[in-house]
Design a protein around this ligand. Structure first.
Ligand code: SF4
Length: 61
């Protein structure tokens, strides 16, 4: 048994690594909507040079 997915608040615990599709309709593949520099977080996160951000995509409402 692989690690069960608890990535989002739905917490459906699908075994995506072994072909089980989650409530969201997603498989083991991760879809990235956007990855970019993000300079507007609080200083304790972004420091003086900014930080990065990754937005995931693919959830079915
Ligand atoms: S709905 Fe999708 S992302 Fe959320 S816990 Fe289930 S499999 Fe993971």
């Amino acid at each position: 048994m692989g690690k069960l997915c608890t990535l989002c608040p739905r917490n459906c615990a699908a075994d995506r690594a072994h072909g089980i599709v989650g409530v969201c309709g997603q498989t083991e593949e991760i879809k990235i909507a956007r990855a970019a520099l993000h300079a507007w977080e609080e200083p304790c996160i972004s420091g003086t040079k900014g930080s990065g951000t990754v937005f995931f995509s693919g959830c079915v409402p």
